[in-house]
Design a protein around this ligand. Sequence first.
Ligand code: HSE
Length: 438
Amino acid sequence: MKPVRVGICGLGTVGGGTFNVLTRNADDIARRAGRPIVIEQVAMRRDNPDCDTTGVKTTNDVFEVAHNPDIDVLVELIGGYDVARELVLTAIENGKHVVTANKALIAVHGNEIFHAAHEKGVIVAFEAAVAGGIPVIKSLREGLGANRIQWLAGIINGTGNYILTHMRDEGRAFEDVLAEAQALGYAEADPTFDIEGIDAAHKLTILASIAYGVPLQFEKAYTEGISRITSEDIEQADNLGYTIKHLGISKRTDAGFELRVHPTLIPKERLLANVHGVKNAIAVMGDAVGPTLYYGAGAGAEPTASAVVADLLDVARDITTAHRYRVPYLAFSGITDVENNLPMLPMEDIVTAYYLRLLAVDRPGVLARVATILSEQGISIEAIIQKEATEGELVPIILLTHRTREKNMNDAIRQLESLADVAGPLTRIRVESLDEQE
Ligand code: HSE
């Protein structure tokens, strides 16, 4: 059978991993695909010392691959938005299928790219864009195709989870653990994407589209990073029976869809609370199947290559199928307009429980004033911890609330911070039970 000829653009961490997995497992991959998948050309800015490219055609111009008539599938592993967009659109224009690991590209330009690919009848596959080696896109798009998805929540940034895990277990400094994650090839080129939740929001945007059948709407995602979490918050959460994780959460409600990334308290007994290091995990609740969980390495050379190569296998198998019979890019056919769908909800309209930590003067009536403000906003308190203070010192007050609307909590926080007895801004972390009944 005629081989499928692949052009790899980018030979960094993921490109190198893809090159090596395709080469090492060529025989098994050919048997699975029903035809060999061969590396016809590699575009790279510099050599990757882990890859032996002897005998493979190389170039330093990625667009050469997009125009090469001998390439069937362009594998985009250069990352970023603009050049990657132009590269992928050029490859599509030239009738090539595309496999990409670029979540930023899909989350921001995916609607345009899928439209162009549909017009040309080519495949754009992007399993590696979300959660590294975990086949969560395939699971959502195909395996759960019978379900109305109710919510999904996941640890979808390996670097952030690696940092939180090592800070907690080894008491190491944030910068120290981040440098290690960078050296291991987990972090984005701009690591603020990991720490501030932008990378997770890219991935959540993609998951939500596939889950609900709505266009990609990255600009509607709420993002909050992990840099303001203190060891005291981690300890207090632990005392209350919770673990703090940086989660991407999307829920279907009657009013619309929630799309949010933020540090979150989750009950310690949840499986997600026990996902550590660079591992990712995504919990998905379907109305028919109930709760499901997808777990594995969320970043790194060969775990991500595993997803890239799985996409190449799909392309190789689908290559002779008329595109109207293929699995749609975002799982649902004809996703084009935002207007005819339920909206992505503004953050003020989401409903969740909250952990609050504030510093107050230790004198009679302070707790009562705090409780009154919350009660006037209709916010009910589930637990309060007030730590002892030596005379004259500020005392930390930790509150756990029942579920309430974010707008009411924002109003309450503004009033609490303006109390004369309360010092400085308070810490707010959202709490999710991730209960199977929700
Ligand atoms: N920087 C990303 C992460 C890489 O840490 O999860 C995988 O997308």
